[in-house]
Design a protein around this ligand. Structure first.
Ligand code: ADP
Length: 501
């Protein structure tokens, strides 16, 4: 059964019960008041008759010193006659409760007569045939005799009035229920509208329309529920999009990984086949073996990088406080003497918390990439500054630069801007992915500023605050921020999404 019908039904049942019980008590109350009045009148009538009988007995001629039964009958008949027009019914009985006189239509039943006590008046309501009567009984002292007087007062009209009251009330109740049912149907339909809208939204979402939201039509608890539902739908939609993006990224990763494996393996298999199937001269033999060796080395380097990334992803950081001199000194040792690219080191002294080997690896990768992207003689700057957020590292080159589209994907595993250039340098597009993972562990991320043909800056902050146990910082996203063109204000914009592996 629909919820709106349930509301309607419960309202009808409640109203019917309330009107029924209320009506019963109201009609009954009126009836009881009328019956009380009738009882009083029956008692008054009995009193009057008692007095009239005693007066009449006293007026009997003096020759009789006894009140004869015949005289009792006469007085009874006389009293009944005098009450004509009011349908007076009476019965007179002697000391032995033998009936001496009874009006026509008086009940034959003598139960009340038997219960009359000295100087008391007794009552009962009787229901002979279709009529209702109040029967009264009282003792009369007339001359030397003790007699019993009973009267009957017709109260059928009072009972009929009660029945009519019930009937009117029942009809009225039914009419009120019918009219209020129509009204309640509208009200319950209106009240349950938010539920219908929520159901529709839930169904649409189940069918795959995650952007569908329930319309909020009230500000009450239902409105709050709709708001909460929509909020939940928003979170679900966001998570689904994230999952979809992750699945897509994983698929891309697997495709790129297979491709990166296939290329060197094809060369290795081809040259190995050549070596085993033909007798080659010494030079060709050396070239073939050399191909196998260099491609094998590339595969080895790639698998080691992948391993590094996986370890960085799953690993926990054991941060230690260190002097930045440790990192810059290492870079100077590695690149300071390079004749091909003049390296410029400009850094402020400072202390940071992190894992030295991992940070060395990041700086090494960035410096190495800068060398690969720059022409011979092009200078490369390594900067270090104490800033508000943390210690700032930057590697700047004046090389080929990166387009905004490439910039967004550059930290994805196996993503290479110029595949042939990368491969010729034994790269597989894994260096920046590794850097992103390491920086994530340090609660940081790469910020890339680049202009095609002019050069790039790869920067990151090592925040000063304390690290969490898992090595990440709250509220920090991993990946990279990509800024097009030179970065005059040092601000950042662009993507910061997690990259697969
Ligand atoms: P790889 O190990 O193959 O160099 P990376 O992940 O380090 O892979 O780099 C991904 C891609 O980004 C490379 O294809 C490279 O061409 C490009 N890249 C990295 N650093 C720079 C830079 N400083 N200037 C221009 N291109 C860069």
């Amino acid at each position: 059964m629909k919820f709106s019908y349930k509301i309607l039904l419960s309202c009808i049942i409640t109203m019917a019960a309330a009107l029924g019980i209320g009506g019963y008590f109201f009609v009954n109350d009126v009836f009881e008041a009328s019956m009380e009045r009738e009882m009083e009148q029956a008692a008054d009538e009995s009193n009057i008759l008692q007095f009239a009988f005693e007066t009449a007995a006293l007026n009997i001629p003096a020759k009789y010193d006894l009140l004869q039964n015949s005289a009792v009958k006469d007085i009874g008949a006389n009293l009944e006659k005098r009450g004509q027009g009011t349908s007076r019914l009476l019965r007179l009985s002697d000391e032995n409760r033998e009936i001496l006189y009874a009006s026509e239509g008086f009940v034959e039943d003598t139960k009340l007569l038997a219960s009359i006590e000295k100087q008391t008046r007794v009552y009962r309501v009787i229901h002979p045939d279709d009529h209702y009567y109040i029967q009264t009984g009282a003792e009369i002292k007339a001359l030397d005799r003790t007699l019993y007087l009973e009267t009957m007062r017709d109260v059928t009209a009072v009972y009929a009035e009660r029945a009519r009251g019930f009937s009117v009330y029942r009809n009225m109740t039914l009419l009120i229920l019918a009219l209020s049912s129509v009204l309640m149907l509208f009200i319950s339909t209106w009240l349950t509208r938010p539920i219908r809208l929520l159901t529709k939204a839930a169904r649409n979402m189940t069918d795959g329309d995650y952007s569908y939201r329930a319309e909020q039509v009230s500000r009450d608890e239902m409105g709050q529920l709709t708001q909460d539902f929509n909020h939940m739908a928003g979170v679900v939609e966001e998570n689904i999009h994230k999952l979809e993006a992750e699945v897509e990224a994983r698929e891309d990763f697997i495709a790129a990984f297979s491709h990166e494996l296939k290329t060197p393996l094809t060369a290795v298999i081809g040259y190995a086949d050549l070596l085993r199937s033909r007798k080659l001269d010494e030079e060709k033999h050396f070239l073939s073996a050399n191909y196998i060796y260099t491609e094998g080395k590339r595969l080895e380097a790639m698998s080691l990088r992948l391993l590094d990334i996986i370890v960085a992803k799953r690993g926990e950081l054991i941060p230690q406080e260190m002097d930045v001199e440790l990192l810059f000194g290492y870079l100077k040792d590695m690149f300071g003497e390079k004749k091909e690219h003049p390296f410029v080191f400009r850094y402020e002294p400072g202390r940071i918390r992190g894992e030295a080997d991992l940070l060395k690896s990041v700086l090494l990768n960035l410096a190495d990439n800068a060398c690969k992207a720059s022409g011979p003689g092009s200078p490369i700057e390594i900067l270090g500054e104490n800033r508000e957020r943390g210690y700032y590292f930057a590697v700047q080159d004046k090389g080929v630069g990166i387009s905004p589209e490439d910039c967004k994907r550059i930290t994805e595993a196996f993503y290479m801007v110029d595949k042939s250039r990368s491969r010729s340098h034994n790269g597989a597009g894994l260096g920046l992915a590794l850097c992103a993972e390491i920086l994530k562990l340090h609660g940081s991320k790469l910020e890339i500023t680049s202009t095609l043909g002019e050069g790039s800056t790869f920067a990151f902050w090592i925040p000063y605050e304390e690290m969490k146990d898992d090595g990440t910082k709250e509220g920090q996203k991993s990946g990279s921020d990509c800024i097009d063109g030179p970065d005059p204000a040092g601000g950042s914009a662009g993507t910061g999404a997690d990259r697969p592996l």
